[in-house]
Design a protein around this ligand. Structure first.
Ligand code: HEC
Length: 151
């Protein structure tokens, strides 16, 4: 291996060590701050869209849930996640297990940014308020608030 490759590998290692130590306190969120949205390991398709709000403005709106349900079918989320989000080619959104977290901001991030293993990014196509309605709908799945639950 040429010497320059070794040198840059050494520099990279040093950088990893350097960034791994010392900077930890800077990452702690301030008290009362919303939790930081963790970026998944691996390539993330689409732009790094962050919601302007950390909490869903629609979480308590019954009408928004019904609209979220419509959007879920309209954008064909159901094509991959199942008619009622029970899973298909994409993972179930009704069960208790989450690959990327189930907080408002996490689900928003999954939809807006896309996720590495086959989840398209919607942030450039779907307006933010519609993404929030989808988040509200997804969080209602399996609860008494779910609009048009499976029979
Ligand atoms: C082409 C198929 C496809 C479509 C269409 C699709 N998804 Fe996904 N989705 C996936 C796959 C596959 C994953 C898992 C990605 C991974 O493991 O990295 C995923 C992951 C997710 C997650 C994260 C789940 C978790 O466990 O953390 C959410 C939320 C989600 N999708 C919502 C949606 C919504 C809302 C729509 C419609 C706007 C949609 N998806 C459309 C395939 C799809």
């Amino acid at each position: 291996m040429p010497i320059r490759t070794w040198m840059s590998a050494g520099a990279l290692l040093w950088l990893l060590i350097w960034t791994g130590c010392g900077n930890q306190t800077a990452e702690l969120p301030a008290a009362g701050a919303p939790p930081a949205v963790k970026t998944p390991v691996g390539p993330v398709p689409g732009p790094g869209t962050q919601p302007a709000l950390a909490l869903n403005p629609y979480s308590q709106h019954a009408e928004a849930l019904t609209e979220g349900r419509k959007l879920f079918v309209w954008y064909n989320c159901s094509g991959c996640h199942g008619g009622h989000g029970g899973g298909g080619m994409g993972p179930s959104l009704r069960d208790q297990s989450w690959l990327y977290g189930n907080s408002d901001a996490h689900i928003f991030g999954s939809i807006a940014e896309g996720r590495a293993h086959g989840m398209p990014a919607w942030g450039t196509k779907v307006p933010e308020d519609q993404i929030w309605k989808l988040v509200a709908y997804i969080q209602s799945l399996g609860t008494p608030r779910e609009p048009q639950p499976p029979q």
